[in-house]
Design a protein around this ligand. Structure first.
Ligand code: BGC
Length: 492
């Protein structure tokens, strides 16, 4: 067992998320233990040793609930189960136990804003008479004109936030795909249902939850229906519910917003413990390309301070497109021009690529951005496969190109599965520059100068100094614009 992880993450430390190194993975992409072509929970359990040896102290699992998988599991059909492709509840409990034995925390997904249209709540709602308690579980309207002007997030796929339901004979509201109806958080019954869901997973021993798409929970006429005071009020209730029942748990907000609004998800330390630093992410890429510290220092000047007990989650890439929603039009044009010249790499308002291909497979550029990830204020989140410089395949549609099987060896299916290659849920990467024959953990384990070993060393170094996880930051002025210099200091 890794000595550092034991020292930093103790079962009783309420601030564990501050010192954490989070690894984000999708069960179906990680390792297939029963060789049916789909990754499963037992596969992740089998690879805990790999994560531990990397220095990871918390694992964030993408949604694993029963789902038609039209949005890769963010379309939940039952909040209390496990998708049969991934295993059973007992497998999950065993995974939790094994992770905890290694001193690792487990973070899961709470998709509150919407469900799949296959969820029984939606089926009941669309069949229930207008004005009845079940109808009120979702947001219905007789016209598609309500909340006019609210932006469409999946703009490559949807033309309206309303869809007509022939069964209910009414329109239902959805901020994402039209198969993902938004729940009605004005309904106290819906709030209660969510508290029940949280209790269920927290009682089982989950340590933290990422609150998916959290800015869009409530709707109000005449607003953009994002970051409403009513949304923050509900989240405050949710936090106090959690604190009353459980110890040392963590809520992580996915709020892709401008700095002022993103910071509001911390409240006064009474809403979320963590939130993703969306404002920072694209600016790191901009600074690298421009060879200029300005975008980074400038965004830090705009991000208000956060409460003492709170912490940013910082990331370079994740399972979604590299979002360019919260940048100026000029900045977006620049990012597209330099990072997604090929239009096929663009989706909605973002770029569907992994870290290594974004950086033209340049080891030095990967190292520089990774150094920022591990040294700027906040808890670093590594996206699976980026620690070995995995490639992507944007021809696979939607965001599937960054969700392909993890590459373990140069063998069949990259060592992910021994199933017939035609059965694998997504094809492995065979782009010559990133082919799994050469890019895989087995090869990189053998070479101490590999990216994998480099990341491992950086993580170990980070853990030796609490200044990285808990300290303040002071930028030093450099005459040379290409040099970003800062001091991290903790208790002197
Ligand atoms: C998730 C996406 C998902 C969307 C809708 C997002 O914030 O990260 O992967 O498509 O929520 O659930």
């Amino acid at each position: 067992m890794n000595k550092n992880s034991k020292k930093l993450i103790t079962a009783d430390d309420p601030g564990w998320y501050k010192d954490a190194v989070i690894y984000q993975l999708h069960i179906r992409s990680f390792f297939d233990s029963n060789n049916n072509g789909i990754g499963d929970i037992n596969g992740v359990t089998a690879k805990l040793g790999y994560l531990e040896s990397l220095g990871v102290t918390a694992v964030w699992l993408l949604p694993f609930y029963p789902s038609p998988l039209k949005d890769d599991g963010y379309d939940i059909a039952d909040y209390y189960g496990i998708h049969p492709d991934y295993g059973t509840l007992n497998d999950f409990k065993r995974f939790l136990r094994e992770a905890h034995l290694r001193g690792m925390k487990v973070i899961t997904e709470l998709v509150l804003n919407h469900t799949s249209d296959r969820h029984e709540w939606f089926q009941k709602s669309r069949n229930a008479p207008k004005g009845s308690p079940w109808r009120d579980y979702y947001v219905w309207s007789d016209t598609p004109d309500k909340y006019n002007g609210v932006r469409i997030i999946f703009q490559d796929f949807e033309t309206s936030n309303w869809s007509w339901d022939p069964v209910a004979k009414a329109y239902f509201w959805h901020r994402f795909y039209s198969h993902q109806p938004d729940l009605n958080f004005d309904n106290p019954q819906v709030r209660k249902e969510m508290f029940k869901v949280i209790d269920y997973w927290m009682e089982m021993g989950v340590d933290g939850m990422r609150l998916d798409a959290v800015p869009y929970l409530l709707e109000r006429d005449g607003t953009n229906c994002e970051n409403l005071p009513e949304t923050y009020d509900f989240l405050r209730q949710l936090r106090s519910h959690l604190d009353k029942k459980f110890k040392n748990r963590m809520l992580l907000a996915e709020a892709n917003q401008w700095p002022e609004d993103a910071v509001a998800y911390f409240g006064k330390g009474d809403i979320c413990h963590m939130a993703f630093n969306f404002p920072l992410m694209p600016r790191m890429f901009m600074a690298l390309q421009m060879e200029d510290w300005f975008p980074i220092v400038d965004i830090y000047e705009q991000i208000p301070p956060i409460p003492e007990e709170c912490q940013w989650a910082i990331f370079l890439r994740n399972h979604d497109e590299l979002t360019l929603e919260m940048v100026t039009d000029e900045e977006r044009d620049y990012m597209y021009k330099v990072y997604a010249h090929d239009h096929t790499a663009r989706i909605n308002l973002g770029i569907r690529r992994r870290l290594a291909p974004l950086l033209n497979n340049s080891r030095r550029r990967i190292e520089i951005l990774s150094l920022l990830l591990f040294s700027l204020p906040g808890t670093p989140v590594i996206y699976y496969g980026d620690e070995i410089g995995m490639g992507d395949n944007y021809y696979l549609g939607d965001r599937n190109g960054v969700r392909t099987p993890m590459q373990w060896t140069g063998d069949r299916n990259a060592g992910f599965s021994t199933a017939n290659p035609q059965k694998i849920f997504l094809p492995v990467i065979i782009d010559p520059d990133y082919h799994y024959h050469s890019i895989n953990t087995e090869n990189q384990e053998k070479s101490l100068s590999s990216l994998l070993w480099w990341i491992r060393r950086i993580i170990a170094m980070r853990k030796q100094h609490k200044a990285f996880s808990r300290g303040g930051i002071k930028f030093l002025h450099c005459e040379n614009q290409a040099v970003l210099a800062f001091v991290r200091r903790f208790r002197g």
